[in-house]
Design a binder for this molecule. Structure first.
Ligand code: OGA
Ligand code: NI
Length: 358
């Protein structure tokens, strides 16, 4: 097959290599404009956190508790675009083991990881940049990206073999997380007043799923850069397993950056652009970013739960009314994804460019 984008436009620098080299000053390419730098004052929001929701309460015998919990989900999706879930059904041990396997992978010598070096054609493998454009601003992080679904894209030969357990753990973990994603799709459908399978059907019946293990090395000048620049996730929803020890994720809320305080063994769930489009902006895909620090590296596993990539995604009829006409023109996820891959993380400009009212 001919790849349209066989190579990166310039030599890829591993952020881990920069970090290990002992530099005290980070290269210009990683320095953000003053207005985009993480400001310390903003991160002192000790009291505020994204909502934490106990999913077990949705099956409670107590009907008022069920209703209250469904309302929490609905409010979180409308007002935050983000929440944490506990009692989500995924084995805590499996979560910890999978995270540990990825930690070990990123601790391997660079030469070994280079064997998995990715290219912009598919992004699968070991990578250090998200945008393809030459001279774009770079973020302080490396990652490993892989496809889990559809089956036609799953290629376990591209997944790490070190540590030994990695492939097996990733397969088990993904299977469990997909199940949780399916449950959440039903919950979202019902809380939107739709039938239980509505969103899953609007996703095309079969889903896409990929995993990105993010690794943010220590940074000598964390005030000047970001681990990931502000962006909204382009897909359906993201199920994130954050680092259990190191804070970093910030969510935009009422024009402030709120630092997420992870609850032990929880997943952080966020709405992506495709659910924002399908729900005609009832549920919001919210901007977020990642801060780095000079003391400790940080690892997170972002699992992206996406619609089938070749069907048109547009607001569902039930959520289009005279007062709220369709906000977005139809587009496939394949078409949509090209944009973010060209420019790298760029706030919410992508989903807003679809807005047919502007
Ligand atoms: C992402 C993301 C957050 C984090 O991978 O899209 O937003 O905490 N990750 O690593
Ligand atoms: Ni994200």
């Amino acid at each position: 097959m001919m790849n349209r984008l066989p190579l990166w436009p310039e030599t890829v620098v591993r952020v881990q290599h920069l970090s290990d080299s002992g530099i005290c000053v980070i290269p210009e390419r990683y320095v953000k404009k003053p207005s985009e730098r993480p400001s310390i004052s903003e991160s002192i929001d000790k009291e505020i956190n994204i909502p934490v929701i106990d999913l077990q309460n949705l099956c409670s015998a107590d009907e008022s508790l069920r209703r209250k919990t469904a309302d929490l989900v609905s409010t979180a999706c409308r007002e935050w675009g983000f929440f944490q879930v506990v009692n989500h059904g995924v084995s805590h041990q499996l979560m910890a083991e999978t995270r540990e396997a990825w930690r070990q992978f990123f601790q391997l010598p660079l030469e070994l990881k280079q064997q998995y070096a990715n290219s912009p054609a598919t992004y699968e493998g070991y990578g250090s940049r998200l945008g393809i454009g030459k001279d774009i601003s770079l973020d302080w992080g490396d990652y490993f990206f892989l496809h889990y679904l559809p089956m036609s894209l799953r290629d376990q030969n591209k997944w790490p073999t070190l540590p030994d357990s990695c492939r097996e753990l990733v397969a088990k973990y993904s299977e469990e997380v997909v199940k949780l994603g399916g449950k959440l799709m039903k919950i979202f459908s019902v809380t939107l007043g739709l039938s239980e399978n509505h969103l899953e059907q609007a996703f095309g019946g079969e889903i896409g799923a990929c995993l990105r293990a993010n690794y943010y090395p220590k940074c000598p000048q964390p005030d000047l850069t970001l681990g990931i620049s502000p962006h909204s996730d382009p897909g359906g929803m993201t199920l994130l397993l954050p680092d259990e020890n190191v804070l970093g994720l910030q969510v935009r809320h009422d024009n402030n950056w709120i630092t997420v305080k992870p609850v032990p063994n929880a997943f952080i769930i966020n709405i992506g652009d495709q659910i924002q489009v399908l729900t005609n902006a009832t549920y919001k895909s919210v901007e977020h970013r990642v801060m780095v620090n000079s003391v400790k590296e940080r690892l997170s596993l972002a699992f992206f739960y996406n619609p089938r990539s070749d069907i048109l995604i547009k607001p569902v009829e039930e959520l289009v009314t005279e007062e709220k006409p369709a906000l977005y023109s139809p587009m496939t996820f394949d078409e949509y994804r090209v944009y973010i891959r060209t420019r790298g993380p760029c706030g919410k400009s992508q989903v807003e460019s679809l807005n047919s009212q502007k």
